[in-house]
Write a protein that binds this ligand. Structure first.
Ligand code: FAD
Ligand code: NAD
Length: 567
């Protein structure tokens, strides 16, 4: 039985490679490990070796040909075996060139969040006549009740901590106090400024904004129930669904009835800083708001049902972050199953099954942050045959739904719920709607958590690398050995590289430390460019910066880090 020689995947984003040189010819005997050919990508040159012993019975891909990852390059077998090249070759024909933008195409975008408004702008840039329908406020969750207000509150909290910690630099600040009304006002002002910026962008791009709720009447027609109570039906050539998500409310008895139980939107607009708060859910929202309120003096208890906090982040660094948060006085319980919530004199009592016992915690407020669900109920998806899994819309990598000319992007897919992902998917959907050929690649998507210190990752976590069965190596660098980190936060945190064992390609980078959420950009670029660890090492990083530690962590994969002993 002939064995296929396939195009290897040398990096997370690699889709194809070019056959640059064959070192063996048809009919040559080969042994395991023999170099058969050389391949190149935009970034790399690599050798492909034989994984079976026998005769190179057929070369399928000739020098100069571009072959997709996992495409067959040749066959190794017995000398008398024959392969029908045409029947077996999985080589795909090149994708057709993009068509020209269609000047008069009408496009409707449902939802004005970071997915929808970006899709609308890109569609307008490509010459379409665009209508954006938004039932609430432009900017969606992100600008109004998500990314931006959270980070404004976190910035205020971080500034307070910085003032308090200035003492060790000899700066005495007396009489610090928090004016919570002003914190809220500043948060609202930032949000309003950004929303008005989006409104301006809609005008500048000649996008018609309709204030109302849209639902499908047929595959190309929407009913829009306007906020003024009137109704209108409108037909479009293309429709992009970007209706986002809303907080999920778990079926925990007592939660719905208790006015002290709030979701993230409620927790961003408390009248006063609560004395105490229980956070149900140790995901991104729970960890960020626990960080913020603990800094303002709230006694925070965080309850997570699973053994691990932050489901998507690297496990080892998550454990480090947990210890840092506990050291700052946040009480954290994992494998804590919330049974019920009941009223209490202080606010609410949360009954929990933990470590085989029944325990209870009382607090003024309870933040329920156990995930979000898609906001697609009003759309009438099933009636027009748009495939979905309990409201999570199914799409391919061109953001096309099961119905022709209808696309979906962002949180309403119920997968990766991040603003930057929604925006990129919006660009892809708009481009495809206007006749281009765009594809969404999630490999360079960074996950950022705005804790103290910040936590960011891109690519494979160590858990994912293990699970995928890929041979990998790890390099770590503690920030205590980095001058700028020592200045900024006492050197708390570390950087971790995951690289492929054979080709040294960057598979994942994880940073726990000051400005991690900014630093991760370099690492996302490395993955996007299919960089190897040598590329990072060959790049000079400025001193004194935290970025030097990225290079040191890359060096650590080769046991060549300069400022730590290499084990
Ligand atoms: P959304 O922003 O939810 O926008 C959807 C819009 O559609 C809404 O305005 C809604 O009113 C409208 N709509 C819904 N149905 C209809 C209809 N039928 N007709 C008309 N309009 C409709 N992500 C990050 O990347 N970084 C962060 O730091 C971050 N922090 C967050 C903090 C919090 C507290 C929360 C809750 C989320 C955070 N997120 C963050 C997630 C981010 O906000 C979302 O991933 C992002 O907003 C999704 O964009 P979207 O356009 O898909 O949906
Ligand atoms: P999440 O999925 O990040 O975390 C939810 C957590 O709640 C999980 O760890 C889960 O195990 C836990 N949980 C579920 N049921 C529970 C229960 N009954 N008791 C205790 N724990 C329970 O969801 P989230 O924190 O609500 O955030 C929603 C989404 O918003 C995230 O998916 C994220 O994409 C986005 N977000 C992103 C950022 C950021 O990028 N910085 C910030 C905030 C939110």
């Amino acid at each position: 039985m002939a064995v296929e020689v396939k195009m290897p995947q040398l990096g997370l984003t690699m889709e194809e490679g070019t056959v640059s040189k064959w070192f063996k010819q048809e009919g040559d005997a080969v042994k395991v490990g023999d170099v058969l050919l050389e391949i190149t990508t935009d970034k790399l040159t690599s050798e492909v070796t034989a994984e079976a012993e026998g005769v190179l019975i057929q070369i399928v891909a000739q020098e100069g040909e571009d072959i997709p990852v996992k495409g067959v390059l040749a066959y190794i077998g017995d000398s008398d075996e024959k392969i029908d090249k045409k029947a077996d070759s999985p080589i795909q024909s090149p994708t057709p060139p993009p068509q020209k933008p269609m000047g008069e195409t009408t496009v409707a975008v449902i939802g004005g969040g970071p997915g929808g408004y970006v899709a609308a702008i890109r569609a307008a840039q490509l010459g379409a006549k665009v209508t954006l329908i938004e039932k609430n406020k432009l900017g969606g969750t992100c600008l109004n009740v998500g990314c931006i207000p959270t980070k404004a509150i976190l910035h205020a909290a971080e500034s307070l901590t910085q003032v308090q910690e200035m003492e060790e630099y000899g700066i005495h600040v007396e009489g610090t106090h928090v004016d919570w009304n002003k914190v809220q006002k500043k948060k609202t002002a930032i949000t309003e400024q950004l929303v008005s910026g989006v409104t301006g962008l809609m005008k500048a791009n000649k996008i018609q904004v309709m204030e109302g709720t849209a639902s499908f009447v047929s595959k190309d027609t929407l009913e829009i129930v306007k906020n003024d109570g009137t109704k209108e039906n409108a037909t479009f050539d293309k429709i992009i669904i970007a209706t986002g998500s809303v907080p999920a409310i778990p079926p925990i008895p007592g939660v719905k009835e208790n006015e002290n139980c709030v979701d993230s939107t409620g927790a961003l607009s408390f009248d006063t800083v609560p004395q105490s708060m229980i956070v149900i859910g140790g995901g991104v929202i729970g960890m960020e708001l626990a960080t913020a309120y603990a800094k303002f003096g709230t006694k925070v208890t965080l309850l997570e049902a699973m053994p691990k906090l932050l489901p998507l982040m690297d496990g080892e660094l998550t454990v480090q972050l947990r210890k840092m948060m506990e050291a700052k006085g946040i009480q954290i319980l994992t494998e804590a199953k919330v049974q019920s919530v009941e009223p209490a004199a202080v606010g609410a009592k949360v009954n929990v099954a933990f470590d085989g016992r029944a325990v209870a915690f009382e607090a003024e407020k309870v933040l329920v942050a156990v995930g979000r669900r898609t906001d697609t109920q009003a759309l009438n998806l099933d009636a027009v045959g748009i495939e979905n899994d309990r409201g999570r819309i199914s799409v391919n990598d061109k953001m096309e739904t099961s119905v022709e000319n209808v696309y979906a992007i962002g949180d309403c897919l119920g997968k990766v719920m991040l603003a930057h992902v929604a925006s990129v998917q919006g660009e892809v959907a708009a481009e495809n709607a206007l006749g281009h050929n765009a594809v969404y690649h999630g490999e360079t998507n960074p996950s950022c958590v705005y804790t103290d210190p910040e936590f960011a990752g891109v690519g494979f976590t160590e858990e994912k690398a293990k699970e995928s069965g890929i041979a990998y190596e790890v390099g770590k660098f503690p920030l205590i050995a980095n001058g700028k980190s020592l200045i900024m936060n006492g050197g708390i945190g570390s950087i971790k590289f995951i690289i492929g064992k054979e080709y040294k390609e960057v598979l994942g980078v994880h940073i726990l430390g000051p400005r991690a959420t900014d630093l991760i950009g370099e690492c996302a670029l490395a993955i996007g460019m299919e960089a190897t660890v040598e590329d990072i090492i060959a790049t000079i990083h400025a001193h004194p910066t935290v970025t030097e530690a990225i290079r040191e962590a890359a060096l650590a994969t080769e046991k060549k880090a300069i400022h730590i002993p290499n084990k």
